[in-house]
Design a protein around this ligand. Sequence first.
Ligand code: FEO
Length: 396
Amino acid sequence: MKITEIIPGIHYVGVNDRTTTRFEGLWSLPYGVSYNSYLVVDEQVALIDTVEEAFGSRFVENIHEVLGDRTVDYLIVNHMEPDHSSSIRTLRLLYPKMLIVGNAKTLQMLAGFYGITDGTLEVKEGSTIQLGAHSLQFHLAPMVHWPETMVTWCPEAKVLFSGDAFGTFGALNGGITDSQLELDHFWDEMRRYYACIVGKYGAPVQKALQKLGGLPIETICATHGPVWQREIPRVVSMYDRLSRYEGEHGVVIAYGSMYGNTEQLAERIARELAERGVRPIVMHNLTTADMSMVVRDVFKYDTLLVGSPTYNAELFPEVEHLLRKIEARCVPTRNFGFFGSFCWAGAAVRRMKEFAERMKWEPICTPVEMKQGFDARSYDAARTLAEQVAARFNEQ
Ligand code: FEO
């Protein structure tokens, strides 16, 4: 068995990226990211997805290591986002007879991104390609998280090539499958990947999960992160919860602060909550926090408290930034509370109330609005807010 072969006839030919600092130009990559691609080698050869083109030469070496002088007969394009499609032009030059397989939307994007209009094969829901002992069957999964998204099922090997679904941030440190890797950090990286990249599309993800639920899947080959085998139940359950926006029991306190007054209020609320047995409590100072970690925790936990000073008669900019991200992801419900401060005319608390109304979130506590400095008067307000939050938290 070759070192690339993850199960008989199926090889991993992806690459690791520990250089890019921001995925999509936005999301930090403290553990790097992998761009996964797979070869199904039979009487005919299919390549499933490609990699970010900056890693194209490593990718081609990986393919050559498996195939030698053989050609690629089919390139299956499950997803056209350029982290997976930007090597297509290079591959077409290397394998000019290779048929590029995608659905109608894929082929339209293939023309738009890369000017490729010939040597393509359009597939529909349920279409099948026979490679020999292996076949590949295509299932459309629109808006997980682009409109052309599909997944590819190999029934003989019981492998699902799932595209971005079940993907995570985090490069692969030597191992490829979940039994070859240290997984501890991947769970939060999966949540962060989901929340930042896919988070808006809970309903389409639910639809895809239901569609694929009947398949006897033994291996999930996603486009990012480990190949899942042993941990499939945990991975599917995590995607199910995330796409239902179901948070674990826990409190996130996210705040902005210019001179420390709102921060002191946040600290006091956290202390009061802890005294009442609330666990876990996660705090983010939005000036220094990594926004992707904050968004991840908003998805991870069921309770969110936000604090903001008034700044230019508006929310503190980083708080506004966070609230916009939550709104864009259509999070349907959270146990929500808010607090703020002002010097001469308050606006932040009003803006957070308006946010709650737009989200249709019923606040679980009376907001605290603090004028000027944090002092003993604020203790009572913080205690009252914390009592209300703790009461709700402990009854759930
Ligand atoms: Fe990994 Fe949606 O691309």
